[in-house]
Ligand binder design. Structure first.
Ligand code: ATP
Length: 235
């Protein structure tokens, strides 16, 4: 579904990605783990078109997307949930969800998707008329994920969904991630600091250090890998 081929991404003179290659098949949950500043967010932003790689290629369903705008990439079926739960704090939950469907005009289907979302996130249904800013951290994160789903992505990019959440909320978010993948058949690319949880829900994982992929394997093998255990799993 997605082929990232040897991309190099810069911020001015700083090279954040030094030749990154990643492959994701339809239906997978893939996680990217690594220390602060390794280049995980830059990898996601390069895929979603928020920053443009200086070289390399990104194919989505066989089509090069590295020169497209973020809107064009969303329209093709790739949505990103950025780090930090960037919802619209002064809009209601329902209005936030409507914003997620801004590129669509299939009103009846949008309505259906909204009903599905409320099914998936009962807490958002309860709070549908409340403004985003009044939700708890975990609820805002759910809203951010739900809003991205309103674009009907085939590939969902999640940047640190567990960051700053209480343990119970972290558990809920990871359950939702698994549910979206199994029930809704959405392919997921998950960037996480919480490598332990990420590797438990993901099928495969990539490890990133200093702008390079240093390891890629099944989650099972990564969880058993001594280097990964020491560096990322706190064992
Ligand atoms: P974190 O978990 O802390 O978000 P990360 O693995 O996602 O880290 P990136 O945010 O992709 O890492 O950063 C990769 C490198 O690029 C870092 O050295 C960072 O300082 C640099 N960088 C990121 N954003 C910018 C920017 N807007 N301008 C300049 N340098 C940047």
């Amino acid at each position: 579904m997605l082929e990232v081929k040897n991309i190099k991404t810069y911020y001015g003179n700083i090279q954040a990605l030094k030749g990154v290659s990643i492959e994701i098949s339809e239906g997978e949950i893939i996680t990217l783990i690594g220390a602060n500043g390794a280049g995980k967010t830059t990898t996601l932003m390069s895929i979603s078109g928020m920053v443009q790689p200086r070289s390399g290629e990104i194919l989505f369903l066989g089509k090069p997307i590295q020169d497209l705008s973020p809107n064009q990439i969303v329209a093709l079926g790739v949505s990103q949930v950025p780090e930090g739960r960037r919802i619209f704090p002064y809009l209601t939950v329902t209005e936030n969800l409507d914003m997620g469907a801004f590129l669509r005009n299939d009103t009846a289907e949008i309505k259906k998707d909204m009903a599905y979302i409320f099914d998936l996130f009962p807490i958002l249904a309860e709070r549908r008329s409340q403004t985003g800013g009044t939700l708890s951290g975990g609820e805002q994160q759910m809203l951010a994920v739900a809003r991205a789903l309103m674009a009907r992505p085939r590939l969902l990019l999640l940047d640190e969904p567990s960051l700053g959440l209480a343990p119970l909320e972290v558990k809920q978010i990871f359950q939702i991630i698994e549910k979206i993948n199994t029930e809704n058949k959405t392919t997921i690319f998950l960037v996480e600091q919480n490598a332990n949880l990420a590797l438990k829900v993901a099928h495969r994982g990539y490890v990133m250090e200093n702008g390079l992929i240093t390891l890629s394997d099944t989650s099972k093998n990564l969880l058993a890998n001594e280097e990964v255990k020491t560096a990322y799993l706190g064992m």
